[in-house]
Design a protein around this ligand. Structure first.
Ligand code: NCD
Length: 316
């Protein structure tokens, strides 16, 4: 079954078409228009790791489009604690649902699920691997602010080693002709195989540990949380915790249109003083998760998003 496991599963044309669909769905996501494009469909939410935004925005997206959702719920109260394998869980949920959103601590788990499922699987994060639905909302947010993706200077900062959001995003940005700069502590640099893949796509990646020196030239600064749960031990985490703390006063010389993004949750890498600056875009970004996931589910289920949403839907 086709699914969305990494950004390689989408061509550039498909990405643009899904972003266009997402844009048209904004009034539906805002609750201004009711358009039950996915009526009668059931989404299975299988989150084997904590999630607030990804799980809730998938659920909101499905319900706003007239569909329904079943949840695995807390892993601790599911049969996973009795030793059920991922294969068996998927075999079953596959029969209950029309499409599955899945998050799992193991890298590669989403591909494994996709190989064994008859319904489409959307990878909502597989360990330190990929997070392509997040990339779609990130691309949507960047295009919404800058009108284009091409030629932008994008700084990805923080935990580039374990951060799955930046693994998927960097790949997509390079395919759309962005200039990417990686800012991280030495021990959290982007994995070599990902840098090699970006180079193979013609990118000239810049790597630094000095985030502040990159601010003035940036069109987008994408901050990430240090992924504490992926560190082999607490001491290693303690060495890099709090490595970057962006404050409003750091942004005095930034370009007026520069935006600051973050997949959230944040810990201390963006100070609340940044929230009220013109640059902060992370809460809009989180909202965009609804339209991006609406458009992705329509695409995977073969449902066309109409051009004239306001005429097709019911005004609320
Ligand atoms: C991210 C994730 O789970 O990878 N969160 C999200 O989906 N918005 C980022 C993170 O947990 O730091």
């Amino acid at each position: 079954m086709p699914g969305l496991i990494t950004m390689d599963d989408l061509t550039n044309e498909e990405i643009i078409s899904i972003l266009d669909d997402a844009e048209r769905l904004l009034p539906v996501a805002r609750g201004e228009v009711y358009l039950p494009l996915l009526q009668g469909r059931i989404l299975g939410n299988l989150f084997f790791e904590p999630s607030t935004r990804t799980r809730m925005s998938f659920e909101t997206a499905m319900k706003r489009l007239g569909g329904d959702v079943v949840n695995l719920g807390d892993v601790k109260t599911s049969s996973v604690v009795k030793g059920e394998t991922l294969f068996d869980t998927i075999q079953m949920v596959d029969g209950y649902t029309d499409i599955i959103a899945m998050r799992h601590p193991r890298q590669g788990a989403a591909q494994y699920a996709c190989d064994s499922a008859d319904v489409p699987i959307l990878n909502g994060g597989d360990g330190a691997g990929h997070h392509p639905t997040q990339t779609m909302l990130d691309l949507f947010t960047i295009r919404q602010s800058h009108g284009t993706l091409e030629g932008l200077n994008v700084v990805l900062a923080g935990d580039l080693r374990y951060g799955r959001t930046v693994h998927s995003l960097s790949h997509a940005l390079v395919r759309f002709g962005c200039n990417v700069t990686f800012a991280s502590p030495e021990s959290l640099r982007m994995p070599e195989e990902i840098v090699a893949d970006l180079n193979a796509h013609g990118a000239e990646v810049v790597e630094t540990d000095d985030l502040l020196s990159q601010i003035n030239n940036a069109d987008v600064i994408y901050m990430t949380r240090i992924q504490k749960e992926r560190f082999p031990d607490e001491d290693e985490y303690a060495k890099v915790a709090g490595a970057y703390k962006l404050e409003a006063s750091d942004l005095d010389e930034a370009k007026a249109e520069m935006i600051i993004m973050h997949p959230l949750p944040r810990v201390d890498e963006i100070h609340p003083s940044v929230d009220s600056t013109r640059h902060a875009r992370y809460f809009e970004q989180a909202f965009n998760g609804v339209v991006a996931r609406m458009a992705l589910m329509c695409w995977l289920l073969g449902v066309d998003v109409p051009e004239d949403i306001n005429e097709k839907g019911v005004a609320l």
